[in-house]
Design a protein around this ligand. Structure first.
Ligand code: HEC
Length: 187
């Protein structure tokens, strides 16, 4: 009597566990196409040394911050060359600079706790309450900020006007690279 009962209990337990695991796979949000049973995608943002020609990381709102290392490197080059460093540091990237403007390490995430920061206000008034949950949208808004800063970002408004005159490729080339660098900084 005892033996068979235990065997039955164990048998049921195994079936229940197997069903639970199967259910988890079937209901897990799948990153791309097909139906279900995919392991979670591995984040690819640690490939800093991998400088392959392929750019444009896959965009998937939410999730980890992904960036194109080549474009981000270009952004760092511009950041120094343009002279953003006279007012900003980016500590997370080891870039030291002036403190007229806030450190930009977490600008993509709304720069919590940074004195003089305006970017969170800018995100919020553009409908982004939680930048960490949607880094893709945050990046878009950062690009918009750097192309056309709001009136309450008086210093940046003046600076960006200067940059637009100095660099005809400001919006098409420099801003995207700078934003990519800010993604790397915040990751
Ligand atoms: C003359 C100083 C100065 C320079 C140069 C400057 N900034 Fe700024 N930046 C500021 C100040 C001050 C703020 C805060 C908002 C304001 O008053 O404009 C700011 C805000 C920002 C913000 C929003 C960060 C936040 O937390 O609100 C970003 C992003 C930014 N700057 C990027 C840049 C980049 C990229 C460059 C170079 C292309 C640059 N800045 C050059 C002074 C400067």
């Amino acid at each position: 009597m005892r033996g068979p009962t235990i065997a039955l209990v164990i048998g049921i337990a195994i079936v229940v566990i197997a069903a639970a695991i199967a259910l988890q796979y079937l209901t897990a949000p799948s990153g791309g196409g097909g139906g279900g049973a995919q392991p979670p995608a591995t984040p690819t943002q640690t490939q800093t040394s991998q400088q392959t020609g392929t750019s444009a990381p896959p965009s998937g709102g939410g999730g980890p911050i992904q960036y194109d290392p080549q474009l981000a490197a270009k952004g760092k080059q511009y950041f120094n060359e343009i002279g953003c460093t006279s007012c900003h540091s980016i500590k997370s990237l080891g870039i030291s600079g002036g403190n007229v403007g806030p450190d930009l390490s977490k600008a993509l995430l709304g720069n919590p706790g940074q004195a003089g920061s305006v970017i969170d206000k800018y995100f919020k008034e553009n409908g982004l309450d939680n930048p960490a949950a949607d880094p893709q949208k945050a990046a878009q808004l950062l690009a918009q900020f750097l192309t056309n800063p709001p009136d309450y970002a008086g210093t940046m408004k003046t600076m960006v006007n200067t940059y637009k005159n100095a660099y005809p490729d400001w919006a098409t080339e420099r801003v995207p690279a700078l934003v990519e660098m800010l993604k790397e900084a915040a990751k």
